[in-house]
Design a protein around this ligand. Structure first.
Ligand code: SF4
Ligand code: SF4
Length: 144
C-alpha cells in the first residue's frame, strides 16, 4: 500500500520508497473514507458510483480498494511502477511504513524492514521511531 511518497526525500536516512510494490499487494486492507472516495473519483475524472463499482468493494459497511487477479491493488501501475493515484492515495498508504504497530513494537518494525526495501538495512528501531516522530506520525510512546 506503500510508497508513502509525501514523506520521501532523497536524503531521508531511514526510508526511501523503492517502488517495489510489495506493500501494494493483498486483498481488502485499504479502507476508504467518504472524503477519500470523493478525492479519488475527482482525480480520476470518474463519477463516484463508477469509481466504487470499478475499483472498490464493500465489507461491513465500509469501502475498500480492491485487488486484481495478480494480487496487487487495482491502483498499482506496473508500468511506472508505482501508485497511479499517488497524490490522493488512501490515508493508510500515506502512513506506511510508519504504522502505529511498527512504531510501537520492535517486532512489527522488524517485519516491515524485512519486507520493505525502502527502509534502510542498517536502520534501527530507535531511528525509525525518531523519524516517525519527526514526521509527526505514530504513537507518542514505545513499548518493547
Ligand atoms: S492506493 Fe496506491 S499506494 Fe495504496 S495500495 Fe494501492 S497502489 Fe499502493
Ligand atoms: S514495500 Fe516499501 S519500497 Fe516497496 S513499494 Fe512499499 S514502501 Fe515502497
Amino acid at each position: 500500500m506503500g510508497c508513502s511518497g509525501y514523506l520521501v526525500s532523497d536524503v531521508d536516512p531511514v526510508f526511501n520508497c523503492q517502488q517495489c510494490g510489495w506493500c501494494c499487494r493483498g486483498e481488502g486492507g485499504i479502507a476508504l473514507d467518504e472524503k477519500r472516495v470523493g478525492r479519488l473519483a475527482s482525480y480520476l475524472g470518474l463519477p463516484v458510483e463508477r469509481l466504487l463499482a470499478r475499483f472498490c468493494h464493500r465489507r461491513d459497511g465500509r469501502w475498500y480498494v480492491a485487488a486484481g487477479r495478480d494480487g496487487y491493488c487495482l491502483f498499482f501501475d506496473h508500468s511506472i511502477p508505482g501508485c497511479a493515484v499517488h497524490p490522493v492515495k488512501p490515508e493508510i498508504c500515506e502512513l506506511w511504513p510508519y504504522f502505529p504497530g511498527n512504531v510501537a513494537n520492535r517486532e512489527g518494525f522488524e517485519v516491515a524492514k524485512n519486507n520493505c526495501p525502502g527502509i534502510g538495512r542498517d536502520v534501527t528501531h530507535e531511528a525509525f521511531v525518531a523519524n516517525a516522530r519527526h514526521h509527526g506520525l505514530g504513537p507518542k510512546t514505545t513499548k518493547e
